[in-house]
Design a protein around this ligand. Structure first.
Ligand code: BGC
Length: 725
């Protein structure tokens, strides 16, 4: 890393909210063979060499646990070099100097807000004659205020296109540890799609609103014919209210606003140092008469390869799958976040562990999660505690919750399961083990986890009035996840050749203590956890009791963040696939398809984020792009379509094909790209039976109608008579 031999630079005076632009002018007088720019910033940067954007990474260097880790990027800039060159780098506050989290203050937040902005770079030029040189941030750089008058993650961006940086001043050295520099680990954040505005209209309240037809994360590009000094001003929203008016109260304190001062003439612009979660924008000021052709939504997220597809004969289910994939795109912006719009956008651990399985089927997230898990390990406290969010921007001791902190074991294990590479376990094993040890050290009751703060079964529908926490006992959840995490430490440790005898003994004691303390299960989620984590003495009986309970509850789920991801799995695993499908296809609240019937284009935080009459559940905690409940897609792949594997075959190096068709769909077609090739599976319900088509790249155990057949790599069809289906 050449960059390590350079020094950080910063501005020579406080620029307030204005983003500085750093400048370096240099000549390259001999023919250039190659040129590579290594660069990173304390903030987010936009680098332009001779007017051309360097690379495709936006919001670089992304978000890491900056006190420990700062990713450095390398770009091949050979083609951009000329004889005389100008490198301009604008540095915005980004996540580095942002008021995150938006809703609470702390000393740590104040510290971060007042950190200096900084830049470090090394441009290595190799000439054709075998000589070379390195341009460094150490000297020869100057800086000025840029047209970006304000930019920050929550509040948006203010840009003055009529502003010309004139008075450049020498940049000054900044003392900042270079030990935090690491090569780029995650995926680059990129602009991945452009969506034209679908319509522009006046609301009953008289606002001019542009609708992009899809909730996305990114920013809006607009074009305008303007006089110098004209203003463009707009804010963002996810939904319209019951009267069809623009509604953004659920963004809470995040202003999510763009302000632009025009220069003379025709111009096209979009923000580049911030992002928004939105479907609509409200034009508060715009020169002339805005037309829908003037607006394009630019979709921004980690550049992930799509790997999983599902299509059925039910358009609403297809829309749900689309909403889940959009939810992932909108929330996988370098860090797996809860939501992309309000004053959070944080790496909530609980949400990530709920969704990681689905995420790993829909997109290739191996690199993405490995980077985030490294941040988790870096942020882990000496006690082994894991913060509620990673990067941990809310450092509070003993506030780690069960099913949130357990992301430390669940996420690495899932990445290993989906992709089959032990490296993630190797990297994370200490973090996994220390998380379990933390629980052991803080519990008030040996071999259980009691007496601690928890989020409970967050948003469970059996919550008492006025509470966000479902009725499932917190000690129940905590002890169940303690057992589960311990079991994952054992499995990972065995694979890595570690001595896990102590954890095996601990696991046995947790299971006994759990059984003794909880002879009965009181809620849907308690049944789900007891069966799914194999803590119940008789999981089948537990699943049967769950099925009865769900039916008694009116064939309605009552589970929250903790129980929902496993609910349909438990029902299907123990003979209640029909009931799982009833829940899956339910169109009324509460259910996955209800938001679809309400026009949702992403997954909602609450089943009734918007009620049937168009009113809202709440203004306080009401995101329309929260991926957690989208976790149901892993059931669609594994149980509905039937593509799964057993523990012995991580990474789908051997397959189990065990579909659970439902006539109401007509057909279900799946494709999953794995490390061992593409799997295609389809079932189609005909008049007399069901036809199955499977293309598998690996040896597969086919389980249909209780019968098992072993097939090698190839394409197969199977037929199941109606009476056997
Ligand atoms: C977030 C959630 C998160 C929760 C913790 C919320 O504000 O949006 O998704 O997991 O807090 O319970």
């Amino acid at each position: 890393m050449e960059i390590r031999n350079s020094s950080f630079i910063t501005v020579s005076r406080d620029t307030g909210d204005t983003a500085p632009v750093f400048r370096c002018r240099f000549g390259a007088t001999k023919p250039v063979a190659s040129a590579c720019l290594e660069i990173t910033a304390l903030g987010v940067y936009d680098a332009r060499l001779n007017g051309q954007k360097v690379g495709e990474f936006v919001l670089a260097p992304g978000w890491t646990s900056y006190d420990h880790r700062l990713q450095e990027q390398s770009y091949d800039v050979t083609q951009l070099l000329k004889e005389s060159n100008e490198l301009l780098v604008t540095v915005g506050r980004g996540w580095f100097r942002s008021p995150i989290p938006g809703w609470m203050d702390s000393e740590d937040k104040q510290r971060r807000l007042h950190q200096p902005c900084g830049l470090i770079a090394a441009l290595r030029i190799e000439y054709g004659d075998g000589t070379g040189e390195v341009i460094r941030t150490d000297n020869g750089w100057d800086w000025a205020e840029s047209p970006v008058r304000f930019s920050e993650i929550y509040d948006g961006e203010t840009y003055d296109a009529s502003f010309v940086p004139v008075s450049f001043e020498p940049a000054v050295p900044l003392e900042w540890s270079k030990d935090i520099l690491i090569p780029q680990e995650g995926e680059e954040i990129r602009e991945t799609e452009r969506i034209s505005a679908r319509r522009i209209f006046q609301t009953p309240a008289g606002d001019t609103v542009v609708d992009f037809g899809q909730e996305v994360t990114g920013y809006v590009e607009f074009s305008a014919d303007a006089r110098q000094g004209d203003r463009v001003l707009f804010d963002h929203a996810e939904v319209l209210d019951a009267d069809g008016n623009f509604y953004n109260a659920n963004y809470r304190s995040a202003k999510a606003r763009v302000e632009y001062t025009c220069r003379e003439g025709r111009q096209t612009w979009h923000p580049g140092l911030t992002f928004f979660g939105f479907r609509y924008i409200r034009l508060l000021s715009f020169p002339g008469t805005p037309k829908k052709e003037d607006f394009t939504a630019i979709v921004v997220h980690s550049s992930l390869q799509r790997t999983g597809w599902l299509k059925s004969g039910n358009p609403e289910l297809n829309q749900l799958v689309s909403n889940i994939a959009w939810g992932q795109r909108g929330n996988f912006l370098d860090v797996p976040t809860d939501c992309p719009q309000r004053d959070e956008r944080l790496g909530w651990t609980g949400d990530a562990q709920a969704f990681v399985r689905t995420a790993s089927y829909l997109f290739d997230v191996e690199k993405f999660f490995r980077k985030w898990l490294h941040d988790m390990a870096a942020d882990q406290y000496a006690s082994g505690e894991i913060g509620q969010v990673i990067p941990d921007v809310m450092p509070q001791r003993d506030s780690s919750s069960a099913a949130w902190g357990d992301a430390a074991t669940i996420c690495p294990w899932q990445i290993y399961e989906t992709y089959g590479d032990r490296a993630v376990l190797q990297d994370q094993f200490e973090c996994m083990r220390r998380w379990v040890d933390y629980i052991t050290s803080v519990t008030k009751t040996e071999n259980m986890w009691t007496g601690h703060f928890h989020f409970g079964d967050w948003l469970g529908l059996d919550a008492p009035e006025g509470s966000y926490k479902g009725s499932t006992r917190e000690d129940f959840i905590a002890t169940a996840f303690y057992a589960h995490s311990t079991s994952l430490v054992i499995r990972a440790g065995k694979l890595l050749g570690k001595d896990v005898a102590g954890y095996e003994a601990l696991y046995g004691r947790i299971v006994s203590a759990f059984r003794k303390a909880f002879p009965e299960y009181l809620t849907q989620t308690e049944h789900v956890l007891a069966a799914h984590f194999h803590l119940a003495v008789d999981p089948k009986k537990t699943a049967d009791a769950l099925a009865d309970m769900v039916r008694r509850d009116g064939t309605q789920l009552k589970t929250g963040f903790v129980g929902t991801p496993y609910l349909l799995h438990v029902l299907t695993d123990y003979g209640h696939a029909d009931l799982a499908w009833d829940l899956m296809l339910r169109r009324e609240y509460p259910g996955w398809l209800y938001p679809v019937t309400m026009g949702a284009t992403t997954v909602w935080e609450h089943w009734d984020g918007m009620k049937a009459d168009g009113s809202f559940w709440s203004t306080d905690m009401n995101s329309f792009n929260h991926y957690a409940y989208g976790a149901v897609a892993d059931w669609l792949f594994e149980k509905a379509a039937g593509i799964c594997h057993d523990d012995e075959h991580p990474g789908f190096n051997e397959l189990i094909y065990a579909p659970h068709p439902d006539r109401r769909l007509g057909f279900l077609q799946t494709r999953l790209d794995t490390r061992h090739g593409t799997i295609r599976a389809q079932w189609t319900c005909g008049q007399d039976g069901i036809r199955y088509e499977l293309t598998t790249p690996v040896r597969t155990r086919v389980i249909l109608g209780g019968k098992e057949t072993l097939v090698e790599k190839g394409t197969y069809t199977f037929w199941q008579e109606e009476k056997d289906a």
